[in-house]
Design a protein around this ligand. Sequence first.
Ligand code: SF4
Length: 295
Amino acid sequence: MDTGIDKQWLHDDLKKALAAAVVPDCSFEGCSHCGVCSPDFGHNIVVPPLPIPEFVGHFKPNTDRQARLRLCYGKQGSMALVSHLDVLRLFDRAVRRAAIPISFTGGFHPNPRIVPANALSLGHTSSGELMDFELTVPMEAEAFRAALAAQLPADMPIYSVESVSPSEPAATTRLDRAAYEVQLAGAIDWPGTIAEILHRTDISVEHTTKSGKTYPVNLRDRLFELDLTSHGEGEAKLRYLGSCRNDGTMLRPQDLVKMVACVSGAEIELGQVHRVALFLAPLPPGKEASTEPSE
Ligand code: SF4
C-alpha cells in the first residue's frame, strides 16, 4: 500500500519534529505538500461537528429502597464458565433490559443494588444460588420473575423469587451453610475413609494467608454432613453440607479434598463440582420475615 506521502517530506517533517517546530494542520491552515492529495484524491473536506444536544436527564440515580426480592437461580452447562463478576454484569444488563426499577448505591460510583449471597467458583455449576435485588418501588414477585426470566440465558433457570423486608439482614450477611456434590479421584478405600472422617473430631490442615502466614484450621468443625453417593475404581461421588459464611468460615470443595487426602494419606484430585443449595441462618427473634414465594 502506498499512502502517497513523499519520503523527502517525511524526512523534513522528522527534522521539524526534532526541532519542536509546529507544522500547520492542513484541514484548517495551509497545505505543506506532503503528497497525499492529488487530482485523483481531491482535498480535505472538514465536516462541521453536529450541535451537542442538551442533556435533559439527571446524573443522580434513584437510591430509594422500597422493596427487596430474593432470587434463587441455577448456573448450568456452559454458564459454569462465566465468572462471578461477569454474572453480576449479566444481571445488571438483564435488569435494565427488563425495565426493573432497581435501586442504586449513592456516592461517586453508583452501582445497582444486586447482591449475591456468595460467589460461585469458576467452572462450578449450581442449582441453588441466591441473589438479593433492592427496588425503588415494590414489585410482585411473580412479575419480577417473569420479566427477569425473559432476559436470562436458558442455562440460568429461576427456581423461585421471594419478597423480603429491606430492613432485615441481606442474604450475604445471613449465609450460613452450603451443600455440594463433588466428584473426587483417588485410589483409596472410599467407604472406610468417609467413615473415618465422620468419626474424627479434629482434621487440621495449614491455611496460608495472602501475606504468606500459615495457621492451622480444624476443617472437621466446618463439616456437618458427608455422604458417599457412589464410588468405583479410583473415584467417588460425595455430597456434603459444610460451613459457608462470608467471614471466611467455609468448607470449600478444595478443603474437602484436603480432608480426604489427610485421612487417607493418598493424593486426591477434585473433579466436577455442583453446588446444590445455600442455606441462611435463622433471623434473630422478632425479625422473622414475611415471605411470599412466587413458585
Ligand atoms: S492538503 Fe493534502 S497534500 Fe497538503 S498537507 Fe494536507 S494532506 Fe498533504
